[in-house]
Design a protein around this ligand. Sequence first.
Ligand code: PLP
Length: 372
Amino acid sequence: MNPQQPIFVTEPHLPPLEEFLPYLEQIWASKRITNSGPFHEQLEKELAAYLGVKHLSLFANGTLALLTALQALRISGEVITTPYTFVATAHSLLWNNIKPVFVDVDPDTCNLDPERVEEAITPATTAILPVHCYGIPCNVERIQQVADTYGLKVIYDAAHAFGVRQRGESILNHGDLAVLSFHATKVFNTFEGGAIVCPDAKIKQRIDHLKNFGFADEVTVVAPGINGKMNEISAAMGLLQLRHIDAALNTRTIMYQRYLDAFKDIPSLRLQQVPADLEWNHAYCPLFVRPEHPVSRDELYERLKSQNIHARRYFYPLISSFPMYRGLPSAAGKSLPNASALAEQVICLPIYPTLPIEAQERLIGIVRQTVK
Ligand SMILES: *Cc1c(COP(=O)(O)O)cnc(C)c1O
């Protein structure tokens, strides 16, 4: 293996091109390229069945799906969310003129701490927007309890949580809505894409209108909708990806286990350990470099980079430190100690089905060198 070949934190999963060509031929023959074409309709059905959810509405990307989910439930005022996620989570609130209220996370799961959520509720709070960070489930029962007590909606940013099941049940069935991303870097990609998981046909219909400019039929516009539709080429890619997803998830599991075994004797390095009743998708491999580790997180990051291995510090910096958020009261001072500590310690190691085992072993060697 050529050490000059750069290794990135992920690589898009691309099935064999010859398997994709028949889909393209069908699209060319039918001239149906968007607007709820046959592949779009088929993917909605097949994905819902695969994921174990009732309904799902496909989108051009996860960000448009998040924006639309907030619109569909008429969320306004203040929404409680996590600072330890990708910026799109909080940006979706600003785009809807909603004030984000950042709440600290649980240091073990990296997810919103439900007890802190309760403390942050005000008369203006209308919803909670938690993230299943790295695909590891939030404390969904406790979050729902808090939401029910205070009459709040719950929208999960489930961009990382494709295929995750807890005690045999899809994690996507929690909350009022859950939003998926099928971006190139995610476990399941449609080049770009996303979806909203809907508990019933009524809310799916409203979302279907909203993603198509608000059209309910040829002459009726029922809402100031947007163009959020997934095109047929992406939908075809999704159908093909579905045939390969189980193999891809299996390979991720094996790779993650290899990392776990490699670092289990180093107490100053922590990897996520999940309970046996959780079918995790191993979407990411966050490694937490504790303060007592002989080499800092940033030093490790640089050492890997100098060997052409491009790990990423997801999620550093915290969203609450970006200019458009740092003036918020909830972003101030030391109000987010757990999220801040995680952001200082985390480094996400490369994990994707085509990562060569030699590259993984070379990387493990570099990390293990830091304790010598
Ligand atoms: C990827 C991601 C998004 C955005 O999805 P896109 O499909 O890239 O628009 C939103 N939230 C989280 C947590 C993500 O990781």
